[in-house]
Design a protein around this ligand. Structure first.
Ligand code: RUB
Length: 320
């Protein structure tokens, strides 16, 4: 959901509470919020404008830690503030960068769908997890090409994003099996292919995605079923080239166990990581909007498509 009427604070809260969710949507919503905020800022000087925009960017960056699409998107538009030009020109450069990011983000999903559909054959059964617009783009494109496909979609405890996925698949008329997360190994032999999205991809091709992705990849590996990750180039994490790890968000215990039940179990601690990391060796292919790569080529995306260079490390805001 991108809503141009939402304030910066509403967007930040929407991302934090997961009303706005999914790495691509989070990125676009953050950029949209910054664009709207920039347009309404009464700043008199460029320094004032920069300072307030940095405060706004920091507010958005602090919402959810795992999806690298968020800092990558914010960085890509905040870069325009560094130009040494008059305030009015900075304002319009920022607006253009924001619109360009949003357009290229939605365009990327379409391209991924187009490329991804080529990996789905007529008659294939595809397993997916969580609710990824990039992964769904591949599945829906294959279906629209007339391929007779079937899907296994997981429930996705504890936030049940699988419901969003099965609604979309149902709306498209795609035959779908809805399964609990723990039924993955039972059905993996019926799947020809696993397609999932990504929140972050490290320089060595490991994939952070919704909790439960790694066990699916493990089951697929054992069953010799290919695992395809559908991810825009801005889901690659540049700072992993410098040794940073992907922070895994741990969400409130109440998402798993109601507080009143937890209160009766003083010796029990609920753990609720929202994401896990699938090692590159369990990923067969990553499909981006610039083509498919093996996970071992993740660095090329960071270098060639994000224009990442080591010098940026020394610029404090760029690292945000
Ligand atoms: C969403 C999730 C999705 C990725 C990719 O987690 O793990 O698979 O974000 O999605 P959450 P997309 O629901 O916790 O945000 O392809 O739509 O960017």
């Amino acid at each position: 959901m991108i809503d141009a009427d939402m304030t910066l604070e509403e967007t930040a809260e929407g991302i934090r509470s997961m009303g706005i969710r999914g790495a691509g949507r989070i990125a676009r919503a953050a950029v949209e919020a910054l664009d709207v905020h920039a347009a309404s800022l009464p700043a008199a000087t460029l320094d004032e404008f920069r300072a307030e925009m940095r405060r706004a960017a920091d507010l958005l960056l602090a919402t959810r830690p795992t999806a690298v699409s968020l800092p990558n998107a914010v960085r890509s538009v905040m870069r325009t503030l560094e130009a040494d030009i008059p305030l009015d020109e900075v304002r319009s450069a920022f607006h253009e960068a924001a619109r360009a990011f949003i357009a290229s983000s939605t365009g990327a999903v379409d391209r991924i769908g187009e490329f991804g559909a080529r990996h789905i054959r007529d008659g294939d059964v595809v397993m997916t997890h969580c609710n990824s617009e990039a992964a769904l783009a591949c599945i829906v494109a294959a279906h629209r090409q007339g391929k007779a496909i079937e899907v296994f979609a997981t429930e996705v405890r504890p936030r049940n994003q699988g419901l969003l996925t099965i609604r979309r698949l149902n709306d498209e008329g795609i035959p779908t099996n809805y399964i609990v997360d723990s039924a993955v190994r039972t059905f993996i032999n019926e799947a020809d292919l696993v397609i999932v999205g990504a929140d972050a991809i490290t320089v060595n091709g490991a994939v952070a995605n919704k909790i439960g992705t790694a066990p699916i990849a493990l089951a697929a590996h054992e069953a010799r079923t290919n695992v395809v990750v559908a991810a825009e180039t801005y889901k690659f994490a540049p700072l992993t080239t410098l040794g940073d790890l992907i922070p895994i968000e741990e969400r409130p215990a109440a998402e798993v166990l109601p507080d009143e039940v937890a209160a009766t179990l003083p010796h029990v601690r609920v753990r609720n990581p929202a994401f896990d990391v699938t090692p590159a060796e369990y990923v067969d292919l990553i499909i981006t909007e610039v083509g498919a790569i093996p996970p071992s080529m993740a660095w090329l995306i960071i270098r060639d498509y994000q224009g990442w260079s080591i010098e940026q490390f020394h610029r404090p805001f760029e690292r945000a």
